[in-house]
Design a protein. Structure first.
Length: 128
């Protein structure tokens, strides 16, 4: 190894020390992943909780085709978001659109852009 290059495990550290450090990082990473997964599970549970609402709200939702048994935290939150969107709140509209899976893509699909024969000519080449 050249004198000006450091080993991958750091200057003055043994491979055993690097392995132990990596193991600690892996354990910490696993703990963070489990914590995030638990939070995601709790959020899904909260969204799915049945909610007790007024008869007026039940009637309004039933007029829209939503059965009283389907009224959850998620249903009510989306209805409020819809109300804000209708009132002109663009952020609410974008959130509702994105949640419905209709977010416009930022990617350009070039997989079918070229049909037929074509030549690629680089600068400085004559194409022959």
């Amino acid at each position: 190894m050249s004198d000006n290059l450091l080993p991958p495990f750091g200057k003055g550290r043994s491979t055993d020390e690097a392995r132990k450090s990596g193991q600690k990082g892996g354990i910490a990473s696993g703990a963070v992943r489990r914590k995030k997964a638990a939070m995601k599970d709790v959020a899904a549970m909260v969204l799915g909780l049945k909610r007790k609402v007024s008869d007026k709200t039940i009637a309004q939702l039933q007029e829209m085709g939503i059965d009283a048994e389907e009224i959850t935290t998620q249903t009510l939150a989306l209805m409020k978001l819809g109300d804000k969107a209708i009132a002109g709140d663009i952020k609410a509209l974008e959130c509702l659109r994105d949640t419905a899976g209709e977010k416009p893509t930022d990617k350009l699909d070039m997989s079918h852009a070229f049909i037929g024969d074509f030549d690629i000519v680089l600068d400085g080449e004559d194409g022959d």
